[in-house]
Design a protein around this ligand. Sequence first.
Ligand SMILES: [Zn+2]
Length: 411
Amino acid sequence: MVKGGKKLKNIKYSNYKVVIDSLRHHGNQTIKEIVADVGLSNTAIAKIIGNLTEKGIVKSVGKGTSTDEGGKRPMLFTINPDFCFCLVVLIRLDGIYGCIFDLSMKQRYMTVEKVSLESYDGCVNRTVGLIQKTLEEAGIREEQLCGIMIGFLGLVSFEKGTVVYPICSPEWGTDLPVCKDIRERLRLDIPVFVENSGRLAGYSELLNRTEAGMETIVCIGHDSREELSGAGGCVIVQGKLMQSKGNVGEFGHMTVDANDREPCRCGRCGCFESTTSVQRMLLKGREELALHPTSCLNDTGNEKLHSWHIFSAANEGDSFARELLEPVIKNFVIVINNIILAYDPDRISIFGAYSQAGPYFISEIRERVFRYFKNSETKIEYNQTDYQEMEKLGAALLVFNDYLGQDEIYS
Ligand SMILES: [Zn+2]
């Protein structure tokens, strides 16, 4: 298997990538169907499929049901899932997750180690241990693996392979060389990457629609599992994730309320993340519920109040539930306005905790945003996929896309 970091220099190989993307979206396809999907000639697609099959990246899976002009049933092709694998490691507040994905983006194995990570060195050691354990238990050998992606909470430089600022454990220090430290201890000749959790989650958006590779997409959302419910996102321009020095897409720390006095995890006040956190909304709800005896949230009770109760009550017109959602909506509108001015995207995708909020929340946001951007064609939509699922899929996709971006694989 080819290893290294060279990017596609030969322009003809970019069509190979387009064909692989098409097969990833549609599963089994005939050459005619790929032609219709990607818009290249029949001869060009047949040649690409021939080469990809020879390399083992694509395989034939019998014949389709339709017949072509000669009355023959055409061959069906698909991505060969066993061609290569990637390992995704998610470092969370409650432990480390290790998952193996095959080239068709199916999760083949997952293990979790529930530990509290006390020091940076301890985190690196635990991660290396978990990587070795995952590979062993999943039965994946070094030569079958095309890359390892570490998903981290905090400010990350993908380019340098460092965690610039570990937002949940600031005492670990800054500019932590995660990729170098893990590679050295692993002693495997495999690329190791690190990327921010929210950016990885947002990147999975590319798996949802075939036209996504042509659009400018901005993803924004809240981690729906952690107690701290961090917010983040990413910017994707024509299929490429904007990574730069690590700040693009850190929408959680855009200032949305200069007068807010509650400090955010980043040390500043008035961030999108801190002012729209689910915890803050629930805290206010629990504190003030007794003052709103007519609200249907009283049926749930103070202790059991959860975000979905507020979402559903707001959708039914409950005024206290709508009041609780108001600061969240207001600050989403501010961030989205800024996003439109900065990127003019085709699509803004809201994922994570508030993607479950339903029609009231999103229609309020759309109404208030488009009041000012009258000729904007930006679509504002929910991506309701589970956050952790999104993060894993985005991580695997980023590793495979890096791997498939090398000339050596096709030549
Ligand atoms: Zn902040």
